[in-house]
Design a binder for this molecule. Sequence first.
Ligand SMILES: NC(=O)C1=CN([C@@H]2O[C@H](COP(=O)(O)OP(=O)(O)OC[C@H]3O[C@@H](n4cnc5c(N)ncnc54)[C@H](OP(=O)(O)O)[C@@H]3O)[C@@H](O)[C@H]2O)C=CC1
Ligand SMILES: CC(=O)[C@@H](O)[C@H](O)COP(=O)(O)O
Ligand SMILES: [Mn+2]
Length: 410
Amino acid sequence: MTKRSVLVLGSTGSIGVQALDVVAANPDRFEVVGVAAGGGNPAVLAEQAIATGARAVAVSRATAFEDVQLALYAEAKRRGYDAGGFAMPRILAGPDAVAELIDTVPADIVLNAVTGSIGLEPTLRALATGATLALANKESLIAGGPLVLRAAKPGQIVPVDSEHSAIAQCLRGGRAEEVARLVLTASGGPFRGRRAEDLTDVTVADAMAHPTWAMGPVITINSATLVNKGLELIEAHLLFGVPYERIDVVVHPQSMIHSMVEFADGSTIAQASPPDMRLPISLALGWPDRVPGAARPTRFDEATAWTFEPLDDDTFPAVRLARLAGEAGGCLPAVYNAANEEAVGAFVGGHTPFTAIVDTVHRVLDDADGWHGEPSGVEEVLAAEAWARAKARERLGATVELGVTERKED
Ligand SMILES: NC(=O)C1=CN([C@@H]2O[C@H](COP(=O)(O)OP(=O)(O)OC[C@H]3O[C@@H](n4cnc5c(N)ncnc54)[C@H](OP(=O)(O)O)[C@@H]3O)[C@@H](O)[C@H]2O)C=CC1
Ligand SMILES: CC(=O)[C@@H](O)[C@H](O)COP(=O)(O)O
Ligand SMILES: [Mn+2]
């Protein structure tokens, strides 16, 4: 078995940490050659770099260079390494550091587990090197859309997202013309069963209480609004080339079935496993091979029930909006995502109510007539995003003021 070298982008996050666990548990299969993060946690990043033997470490925050350097020395000292017998990893810092890491440290696989559409450039850089792109950062695919697809060779992108990993598994050995529908499962989030009017006062802590998955903050809030499922609808269309009218979403609160494919003869194949991202991460790194023991299997010796229910589209319109944005194409998926990123930031910062998140996405999309055309290049995607973020901030400002006025009247 040849060992695969891996660059882990977003190594300090939820997916990044689990990916490093998978690599550490399988030293005969994988080795980490570089790690990258934003710079928010230099001590963790330094510990990861030294523990994995990474050749280089990248941080996007330019001022983090010294923090990472000090943390690397402290970690080496803590381990009792002396300067003579130990090669300190190279440090790259600044807005271009992740791109430089990808360009200068060759790897078989680039795992993009950065959060947000800031991951677009790393996605395109990784594809340009010819490495396999293990894609957790769905936002880069949604924002870049056709640009990312054009940059990728067939099979070069392997999904990490649990639903898309499930679909990829269900499609193995099948033929495209036999596929009738894709069915994405959604947990329904922490507010499943509530009505829209019950959501006005929910707190960040309420929205962070995901029923089945422990994940980073942005995707957790996106699960609560169902924007995550909206993004995943667009992701499924782009990855598997199935038209939107043949992709459904069903609520499955137990998160045991990660998605399904219905075939032309009426057969449905579903992929099931307890919710644990180490399974799709290991499969993406090992693709097409499975990594034995990657995660706990499903148990059928205990009484259990797996249930399915339709999505309440009135309370959670995010999937319907994503469908409209995806069908319209052009830069609208980028607009959908960028407006959401701004609104989530405002909600987490305590500046706007939960219900303003999807409302803002809706209103920004309503004004986005100018962004229907196919982007000619990355600059146009970035321009669409900048427009959407500014528009969202304008709208969110109005929401905050309205909230204050309403409270005064109470
Ligand atoms: N968590 C999960 O189970 C799943 C996640 N995903 C997707 O995977 C991606 C990562 O999610 P998750 O791990 O939960 O997120 P986290 O918030 O836990 O981690 C994000 C990581 O990205 C890094 N980062 C942030 N900004 C930058 C930047 N500008 N340059 C380089 N690195 C940066 C962070 O570094 P720092 O610590 O320094 O800020 C951190 O390492 C998202 O796209 C998400 O949608 C998909 C399916 C499941
Ligand atoms: C683990 C994973 O892939 C997440 O995207 C997860 O699916 C979120 O759960 P929701 O179904 O609540 O969005
Ligand atoms: Mn998912």
